[in-house]
Design a protein around this ligand. Structure first.
Ligand code: PGA
Length: 259
């Protein structure tokens, strides 16, 4: 059975006080919200500076993620935060290749691959983010764009590493922060293509991976999306900043998993 993952990405939001308040409220409501759902992971990726706050307030049931990781192990790389530092701070997984990193900070295929490798070498799991731009979809190229992102990031990864440490997040760029969510059919179709590619490339180690959807996930659309084939959870930006809206999404997903 594939695990369900509900992950919040706070981006450059929430100072430490707000991070403490929000994550303690999430932690308090978590048992009730996901009651009865097995293989069900819930986590938050705060800013680097709020990792300690979320770790302390969120407790052991809330996974701690980072939003990015350095491509290098350690050394003279001003401004970077490496995987070993993140592990020391209690982080268990990192996003890699978020579309904002790709579009606004120049993370290209090589950089994404290097960050993914550095994360794995440091013992972190990776939430590998992929997704097409609006122009790609309008031109009908969305699948080839996404498969190219996947294949270039995972080229040096073994089936064992895929199985133990990789989760894929499909986030169409046109749906991120826009309020324009992909339909369950659109998301499901892409998730199916991703799963087929993972299966062709890595056998069962690949086809058994969790594939999350991201892009304007809200309490109101979470149930329809989680019910769609091949959607194994969510990566949530805006709606994760508020504890109650994040918990409402957790609840919707947990209820679907019991049905
Ligand atoms: P959004 O962001 O939920 O605000 O659209 C999703 C993401 O960037 O991961």
């Amino acid at each position: 059975m594939r695990s369900t993952w509900i992950l919040g990405n706070w981006k450059q939001n929430h100072l430490r006080g707000e991070a403490t308040k929000t994550s303690s409220e999430i932690a308090r409501g978590l048992d009730e919200a996901r009651a009865g759902a097995a293989n069900f992971e819930v986590g938050i990726a705060p800013s680097f500076l709020a990792l300690d706050s979320v770790r302390a307030a969120g407790g052991p049931n809330l996974l701690l993620l980072s939003q990015d990781v350095a491509a290098q192990e350690s050394g003279a790389f001003t401004g970077e935060v490496g995987s070993e530092m993140l592990r020391e701070a209690g982080v268990s997984a990192t996003l890699v290749g978020h579309s904002e990193r790709r579009a606004k900070f120049g993370d290209g295929h090589d950089q994404v691959r290097a960050k993914l490798q550095a994360a794995l070498a440091g013992g972190l799991k990776v939430i590998l983010c992929v997704g097409e731009q609006l122009e790609d979809r309008q031109a009908g190229n969305q699948k080839s764009v996404v498969i190219t992102q996947l294949s270039s990031a995972l080229v040096d990864v073994t089936p064992e590493q895929i199985k133990a440490s990789i989760v894929v997040a499909y986030e169409p760029v046109w749906a991120i922060g826009t309020g324009e969510v992909a339909t369950p059919d659109q998301a499901s179709e892409m998730h199916g293509a991703i799963r087929a590619w993972l299966g062709d490339s890595y056998g069962e180690a690949g086809s058994g991976r969790s594939i999350l959807y991201g892009g304007s996930v809200k309490p109101a659309n979470a149930s329809d999306l989680i019910d769609a084939p091949n959607i194994d959870g969510f990566l949530i930006g805006g709606a994760s900043l508020d504890a109650q809206s994040f918990l409402a999404i957790v609840r919707a997903a947990a209820q679907a998993r019991q049905a």
